[in-house]
Design a protein around this ligand. Structure first.
Ligand SMILES: Cc1ncc(COP(=O)(O)O)c(C=O)c1O
Length: 373
């Protein structure tokens, strides 16, 4: 089976995990701070807080950044966790339509902010690995002084105009996911990055039950200052993450190479277009294509089934969040954003991961063309 995504884990990760297992600390040990420092360095952010998954990173960032009842602009074209984290904080997502590249349309965000001064925040996702335009993000931050979170679950290693994803140059915080389908994995894992020391400290506290210990306290004392969680990540996970981080640039180079090969293979093929033409700004978590199913020999459903029969896994990123039953019950049922709907009709992701060989990719290309006609 050629899946749409797959981790690339080798002897280095196994050795790193083993070393921790043979050490004194399985959790709350030295690997966590080391992993945090290395990711912060890699992204160019001042602080990083590692947690047990990307959703926990979003939850803690939202708990620290948002207030109950606040309105938050976000994209419907993302994994559920982005919007859910706004709900966890008691705030309200306002879904904004997407642009041609699948990212939230920042012009529409500006228009919404001009009309409604009660909007307090923007959660932008660098969808598929292509960052949202950082100049536009900077303009929004400057004009409206709102809170901005960048969901970088797809975009570690990506860059826009020299600004690295996760560096938080024009945002308050960024988050990452280290799920196995992502660029680097810890099995499950996540991280918040920020340049705000107080925010990092608060997220650190919320990660561990809202609890604080300090040298002034008696040796047995601890103080719970807020209602926090156990969102800690273990040293085993972080050691694996550190081994993965050493390979990240190589992984991204191969992802870009594969994206370029897909682009070339479909260059003269009218039925299928890449979501956006090759750009080295994207770190290519996903390779998304847009198909004219009205002219294709198969429907989208038939394509997914027939590709699976041929051993190829496709995936659709994403069903618009406002279509989900839970969100319909919250009153989003009437939402119909034209670009998002058009995207959902025609777009899906082809297999992309560092260990995908040229031969496997050629097989995917051949079968896709054969079935679409
Ligand atoms: C854009 C986005 N944000 C957040 C998450 C949540 O990350 P995790 O699965 O590590 O909780 C994901 C995971 O798929 C994602 O794609």
């Amino acid at each position: 089976m050629i899946p749409y995504a797959k981790q690339s884990v080798g002897a280095e990760e196994i050795a790193a995990a083993r070393e921790v297992l043979e050490s004194d600390y399985l959790t709350t040990g030295p690997q966590i701070a080391a992993f945090e420092e290395e990711v912060a360095d890699y992204c160019g952010a001042e602080h990083a807080v590692a947690v047990c998954n990307g959703t926990a990173a979003l939850h803690l960032a939202s708990a620290a950044l948002l207030k109950s009842g606040e309105k938050v602009l976000t994209t419907p074209n993302t994994f559920l966790a982005t919007a859910n984290s706004i709900l966890y904080a008691g705030a309200r997502p306002l879904f904004v339509d997407i642009a041609e590249d699948g990212n939230i349309d920042l012009e529409l965000c500006e228009a919404a902010l001009e009309k409604d001064s009660s909007i307090k925040a923007l959660y932008a996702v660098h969808f598929s690995g292509k960052p949202v335009n950082q100049e536009k993000l900077a303009r929004i931050k400057e004009r409206f002084a709102i809170t901005i979170l960048e969901d970088c679950a797809h975009s570690i290693g990506a860059e826009c105009g020299g600004i690295k994803a996760g560096s938080c140059v024009h945002s308050d915080a960024s988050i990452f996911s280290f799920h196995p389908v992502k660029h680097i994995t810890t099995g499950e894992g996540g991280m918040v990055t920020t340049n705000d020391a107080a925010l990092a400290e608060r997220i650190r506290m919320l990660r561990n039950h809202g609890m604080v210990k300090s040298p002034e306290m008696k040796p047995w004392e601890y103080e719970m200052r807020e209602l926090g969680f156990n969102y800690r990540i273990s040293d085993i996970h972080c050691a694996i993450g550190r081994a993965q981080l050493k390979k990240l640039d190589r992984f991204i180079a191969r992802r870009r190479e594969l994206a370029r090969r897909y682009d070339e293979a479909f260059a003269d093929y009218e039925l299928l277009k890449p979501l956006y033409p090759y750009t080295p700004e994207s770190s290519y978590h996903l390779y998304v294509v847009s198909v004219d199913f009205a002219r294709a020999a198969v429907t989208k459903e038939e394509l997914f089934i027939k590709m699976r029969e041929r051993g190829i896994g496709l995936q659709l990123h994403y069903i618009p969040i406002y279509r989900q039953p839970y969100y319909r019950r919250l009153g989003y049922g009437e939402t119909q954003l034209p670009m998002t709907e058009r995207y959902y009709e025609g777009c899906f992701s082809l297999p992309l991961y560092p260990d995908l060989s040229d031969e496997e990719q050629d097989f995917v290309i051949e079968k896709t063309k054969e079935l679409l006609g």
